[in-house]
Design a protein around this ligand. Structure first.
Ligand code: AMP
Length: 435
C-alpha cells in the first residue's frame, strides 16, 4: 500500500513525497485511517517508527479544507510532548508536512524567554506543539485560545509520566473542550499508561506495531564486558580503532558523568559535545546542530535530554553507563538504525550491571552477543568488586584509588588547558529534573 491509498489530503501527500517517503511505515498504515475517522487512538510505538507522521498527517489533512487563509485562528490541534528537543522536532515535521497549506503552526517550550512564544500564540496558530510546563505557565497567564481544540495528542506519554508531568497535563486538559479527539502515544502499555488512557481517552482503539519492546531489526547489538574503571579507555580505544564510528551517541547516567566524559574525549582529540538537563537551551541546540552537521563525532547525553532526538545517520549508540531502566535500553538504541538504515548499539557491561543485563535480555527476548575489543588491554588482575572495595578502604585511609586517580589526573589536565588554569564551571541554569 502506498500513501495515495490512505485518507490524506493531496496537499499533504505532496509534502510527504517531498520528504522522500515512498511507503507508509506499519504504524502509519494502522493509525492514519483511524485518526482520520476521528477515533481516540492509543498508539504503541517507539520513536523511529514514523509515529509523528502517523498522527500529524491525518490531523493536518482534516484541517486543510476547513481553513480559510485570512480567518482568525484558534488552536485546533494541541500536541504535548515531554522535552524541548522533541517538541522542536515534532514542530519541524508538522511545518514540513503543512508546507503546501495555509495552516499556521507554533511551538512552545521552556528554557528560553516567553515573549516570542506569547506573540506567536496571540497571533493565532492552528496547530500548537508544546511541553507541559511552559504551556501551563502561559495558559495560567491567560494566553492562547483553547476553546476550539478538536484534537489533543499526548506523545511519549510514558516518558511524561516518568518525568512527573501528569498533574500539569491534567490541569491543561481541564481547560480544553470535553468533546475532542485524543491520541496517546507511548513506547509501552503498562498499567500506569492504561489508567492514563482511561482518564483521558474515550473508547480508544489500540494500534500497536512490532512486539512490545522489540528494538528495530536493523540494529546490531553488542555487549563489551569491561571493568568500571576502564570504560573511558575502552570508549576511546573503540573510537580510535575504526572510522566506521562516524556519528556516535554516547549515553551516560548523570549530568556530571556526561560532562566528565565529554572533557575526556576532547582531551583525546575526539570531537564531542554534551547534552543534559543543566545545559541551556542554546547550548543544547548548538550541540545538536554541530552533531547533525557532522562537525562533532560524538554526542554525549543523559537519557532525558536525548529523548526523542531524531538525527539521521547515527552510526553507533554506545551505552557507556548501563541504562537504569530496562526500557531505556530500547529508547537509547533506537537513536540508531532509524527508518530502516543500519546501526550498531554497543553496551558496556561491568560486574555490577550483570543483573540489569539479564532484565534487558528478558525484555527484548534475546541474549546479546559479547565481544572483546581487539588490541585493547583489559585489566585482568583486579575484579571490579575488589577494586571498589579497595578504593573505599583507600579513601578511608586517605589514599586515593585508581579510579579516582585517573579522573583526578584528567581533571587536572583539563583545568590546566583552560586559560589561567581556571576551574571549569557548569554554565547550566537550574533544572527541575535531575537528569
Ligand atoms: P519518528 O518515529 O516519528 O521519530 O520518525 C522517525 C524518522 O522516520 C523521521 O526521520 C521521519 O522523517 C522518518 N519517516 C517517517 N515516516 C517515514 C516513511 N514513511 N518513510 C521513510 N521515513 C519516514
Amino acid at each position: 500500500m502506498n500513501f495515495n491509498q490512505l485518507p490524506l489530503h493531496e496537499r499533504i501527500l505532496k509534502a510527504v513525497a517531498d520528504n522522500g517517503y515512498t511507503k507508509p511505515t506499519p504504524i502509519q498504515l494502522k493509525a492514519i485511517p483511524k485518526v482520520a475517522k476521528g477515533a481516540d487512538v492509543i498508539g504503541i510505538a517507539q520513536t523511529g517508527t514514523g509515529k509523528t507522521a502517523a498522527f500529524t498527517l491525518p490531523l493536518l489533512s482534516r484541517l486543510v479544507d476547513k481553513t480559510e487563509a485570512n480567518e482568525a485562528r484558534h488552536t485546533r490541534v494541541l500536541i504535548i510532548a515531554p522535552t524541548r528537543e522533541l517538541v522542536q522536532q515534532i514542530h519541524a515535521n508538522v511545518r514540513s508536512y503543512a508546507k503546501y497549506t495555509n495552516l499556521r503552526t507554533g511551538v512552545i517550550f521552556g528554557g528560553i524567554g516567553d515573549k516570542g512564544q506569547i506573540a506567536k500564540l496571540e497571533s493565532g496558530v492552528d496547530i500548537l506543539v508544546a511541553t507541559p510546563g511552559r504551556l501551563l505557565d502561559l495558559v495560567d497567564k491567560g494566553h492562547g485560545n483553547f476553546h476550539q481544540i478538536e484534537a489533543l495528542v499526548l506523545d511519549e506519554a510514558d516518558r511524561m509520566l516518568d518525568m512527573g508531568f501528569i498533574p500539569d497535563i491534567r490541569t491543561i486538559v481541564k481547560k480544553l473542550p470535553k468533546s475532542k479527539q485524543t491520541l496517546l502515544f507511548s513506547a509501552t502499555l503498562n498499567s500506569q499508561i492504561q489508567s492514563l488512557t482511561k482518564e483521558f481517552l474515550n473508547s480508544p482503539t489500540v494500534v500497536e506495531v512490532e512486539r512490545r519492546a522489540s528494538p528495530a531489526e536493523t540494529i546490531e547489538q553488542i555487549i563489551y564486558e569491561v571493568q568500571e574503571h576502564q570504560k573511558t579507555e575502552l570508549l576511546e580505544h573503540l573510537l580510535n580503532s575504526s572510522h566506521e564510528f562516524y556519528a556516535i551517541m554516547v549515553f551516560a547516567r548523570t549530568k556530571l558523568g556526561v560532562e566528565e566524559l565529554t572533557t575526556a574525549l576532547k582531551m583525546e582529540g575526539i570531537t564531542a559535545e554534551a547534552i543534559h538537563g543543566d545545559r541551556s537551551q542554546g547550548q543544547r541546540r548548538r550541540a545538536l546542530d554541530e552533531f547533525k552537521k557532522g562537525k562533532v563525532r560524538v554526542l554525549v547525553a543523559t537519557d532525558v535530554a536525548a529523548r526523542g532526538i531524531d538525527v539521521d545517520g547515527v552510526t553507533h549508540v554506545i551505552n557507556y553507563d548501563f541504562p537504569e531502566q530496562s526500557e531505556d535500553y530500547i529508547h537509547r538504541i533506537g537513536r540508531t538504525g532509524r527508518a530502516e538504515s543500519k546501526g550498531v548499539a554497543i553496551t558496556f557491561v561491568s560486574q555490577r550491571n550483570q543483573q540489569a543485563l539479564k532484565k534487558v535480555e528478558k525484555l527484548i527476548q534475546r541474549t546479546l552477543p559479547k565481544k572483546k575489543a581487539e588490541g585493547f588491554e583489559y585489566d585482568q588482575n583486579t575484579p571490579e568488586m575488589e577494586r571498589r572495595h579497595t578504593t573505599k578502604t583507600a579513601k578511608k585511609s586517605g589514599r586515593t584509588g585508581l579510579y579516582e586517580n585517573k579522573y583526578a589526573n584528567r581533571k587536572n589536565n583539563a583545568q590546566a588547558k583552560l586559560p589561567g588554569g581556571a576551574k571549569r564551571k557548569s554554565k547550566g541554569g537550574k533544572s527541575r529534573r535531575k537528569r
